[in-house]
Design a binder for this molecule. Structure first.
Ligand SMILES: *Cc1c(COP(=O)(O)O)cnc(C)c1O
Length: 386
């Protein structure tokens, strides 16, 4: 099905709600039955029947159908945050005594889940350099139950060869999960490359308006059912019908937003790469990127997120740069309409905390929907003071 049909029509059975063009927010916690037999039938399968909104909700269901189709997956579950989706995917493939292989620099809280939280339950992990298939294979043990990938990651953008990882895992009988937030379903579909589970922070591009925190998990019908009956229903980290309606609205323009961020992002990355005050730009689709060929092979675009290293000798010079930025908002997150700047220097000099291993001259930019020229002017005048 064409992406535009998915975003604008799929799952919207308008005859069920007065032929309203925009789907209603079914803001109800529970659903009534006309007969005892219908009630009993619904209890046989809460994934298929609408009983209670922690399980199923008609507004949320429309969103699930669209996201599954976009990721070329059989099914999709949505959650109240990206981390709820990631936790569900990881917990579904872990038990006491099992082992997880994970890339070195996944999203920060994913790392904390594996490194600090899951050991309490006897779940082991190994972090590996995911750029090397050999490193991943070496890390596999007889008790490895999951290989967790994130390609590219959202700060330094290391990639994994997703098709090769999927093939390796299949040979060893191991489940694969990939965080696809960076590319969104518009620019990469890991399931087509053989990955079993795709997760997203829907907070980023999928909702795209910086007003909802949500998570997405796309997979086969069998895995979705297993996760629904365990992590989804027991941990209960669901998305509200109202937030689902906002996300459906956000999806209408997903393709347009991705194209805009991608082309402006590329223009600004190219501009920065030539700038004398910039040491290096990290953007997976710039020819200077170490994994450029792999990026070209498995991604259809990059979106608006990339990083660069300021050419500066002292952190105070970087601080001057940030003090002169006017048009980018100084903030975490990304994927909304607004352009953002996240300096590694923000993690330095935090009272009571050690400085991080990240170099202070690393700067992450997210290019939103504003005019690229207007954003470049801001960078130009701030770089002038470094
Ligand atoms: C933001 C983010 C997450 C976490 O998502 P939340 O919606 O904030 O819970 C996970 N992975 C990546 C790559 C992210 O950028």
């Amino acid at each position: 099905m064409h992406l535009s049909e998915i975003l604008n029509h799929l799952g919207e059975t308008r005859e069920h709600y007065f032929h309203a063009v925009s789907p209603p927010v079914i803001q109800s916690s529970n659903f009534a039955f006309q007969t005892l037999d219908e009630f009993r039938l619904a209890f046989t399968d809460e994934l298929q029947h609408t009983v209670y909104t922690r399980g199923n909700n008609p507004t949320v269901d429309i969103l699930r159908q669209k996201l599954a189709a976009m990721e070329k997956a059989e099914d999709c579950l949505v959650f109240g945050s990206g981390m709820a989706a990631i936790s569900a995917a990881i917990l579904a493939n872990a038990s006491a005594g099992s082992h997880i292989v994970c890339v070195n620099s996944p999203y920060s809280w994913t790392k904390i889940l594996l490194r600090d939280y899951l050991p309490r339950f006897g779940v082991e992990h190994t972090f590996v350099d995911g750029r090397s298939l050999a490193r991943i294979e070496e890390a596999i043990r007889p008790n490895t139950s999951l290989i967790y990938l994130e390609s590219p990651n959202s700060l330094t953008f290391e990639l994994q060869d997703l098709a090769a990882c999927a093939e390796l895992a299949r040979r060893h009988g191991i489940v694969t999960c990939a965080d696809n937030s960076y590319c969104s379903p518009v620019f990469q579909n890991p399931i087509e490359l053989g990955i079993d589970i795709v997760v997203h922070s829907g907070t980023k591009y999928i909702n795209g308006h910086s007003d909802v925190v949500m998570g997405v998990l796309c997979t086969s019908k069998a895995i979705a059912r297993k996760i629904f009956e365990a992590e989804y229903m027991t941990l209960g980290g669901i998305l509200s019908p109202h937030d689902a309606a906002l996300a459906i609205r956000g999806l209408r323009t997903l393709e347009l937003r991705m194209q805009r961020s991608d082309s402006s992002g590329m223009a600004i990355a190219r501009y920065l790469e030539k700038h004398p005050k910039v040491e290096r730009v990290l953007h997976p689709l710039l020819p200077s990127f170490p994994q450029y060929e792999l990026a070209q092979q498995q991604m259809r675009g990059a979106g608006g997120l990339f990083s660069f290293y300021l050419r500066a000798e002292r952190i105070e010079q970087a601080e001057m740069f940030f003090a002169h930025i006017r048009r980018f908002l100084l903030a975490v997150s990304w994927g909304g309409h607004e352009s953002l700047i996240l300096p590694a220097a923000a993690f330095y000099k935090i009272p009571g905390r050690q400085n991080p291993a990240l170099p202070w001259n690393l700067v992450r930019l997210y290019i939103g929907l504003e005019e690229a020229e207007w954003l470049m002017e801001d960078l130009e005048s701030a770089l002038a003071v470094v």
